[in-house]
Write a protein that binds this ligand. Structure first.
Ligand SMILES: [Zn+2]
Ligand SMILES: [Zn+2]
Length: 234
């Protein structure tokens, strides 16, 4: 049954690639429900409506030094390259999270996120969608890309092939794991991607001195430290 479902979903995907409409097939009611997320932000092939159309991203990528007011776009790719997407404009905020959950889910000392509105993210390479895996840490439940229609937000998004974490998906926001963008060197990281603060610093496994605010837990809802600990702030 699993094979049959996957095969039907694959056939639908092929149809949808040539033509975004779901016309024609009796099985599409079921499939369109299951594949609904593919045509919603951030998984749509286009950015959300703003003053920029779908072509703007290409123009912005190639118009080095141009004076147009096209927002810059940033390309993210997982380790194996099967999952790739574009983010438009500068992130709204960037931070490091040192909570125990992030340590376990990333296999890393902390998580680095840069936050975008979902409408500023697009999956232009549609084959990436076939390699997405979604996981709710609250429910301890996962969905693969063929069975994603009823996934619960927020969830973790990862590559089902290389298992690299890709993003935290909230209801409106896309918390991009900034390590997936190709900045080439630390000196070329745009300012808006640099972390403005640390979250859950009380659970850290390394000490960091970087002159950024360090919240012991949630931002604005826990004591704030500076580089020297609790004495520096309220
Ligand atoms: Zn991958
Ligand atoms: Zn965390």
């Amino acid at each position: 049954m699993r094979m049959t479902t996957a095969a039907v979903a694959a056939a639908t995907m092929k149809n949808n690639e040539g033509n975004n409409s779901n016309e024609g097939d009796e099985d599409h009611d079921d499939n369109s429900q299951r594949n609904r997320w593919r045509n919603e932000h951030p998984y749509r092939p286009d950015f959300g409506a703003k003053d920029v159309d779908a072509k703007a991203d290409g123009a912005a990528e190639t118009a080095a030094g141009g004076t147009e007011r096209q927002p810059r776009t940033y390309r993210a790719s997982c380790f194996c390259g099967r999952v790739t997407y574009l983010a438009r404009g500068e992130p709204l905020d960037s931070k490091l999270c040192h909570c125990r959950g992030c340590q376990l889910l990333h296999g890393a000392p902390f998580e680095w996120v840069s936050i975008f509105d979902k409408s500023d993210v697009r999956f232009d390479d549609r084959s990436s969608l076939d390699y997405l895996y979604f996981y709710s840490s609250e429910l301890d439940r996962g969905w693969d890309s063929d069975h994603a229609a009823d996934r619960v937000l927020p969830c973790k998004v990862s590559c089902s092939h290389c298992r690299a974490p890709v993003a935290d998906e909230g209801r409106n926001m896309w918390l991009a794991f900034a390590t997936l963008f190709q900045f080439e060197s630390v000196n070329r990281i745009p300012p808006a991607f640099r972390h403005a603060c640390h979250l859950f610093y009380g659970q850290r496994c390394i000490n960091i001195r970087d002159d950024r605010a360090k919240w012991v837990g949630h931002k604005n809802r826990s004591p704030k430290w500076d580089d020297d600990g609790p004495k520096g702030s309220s």
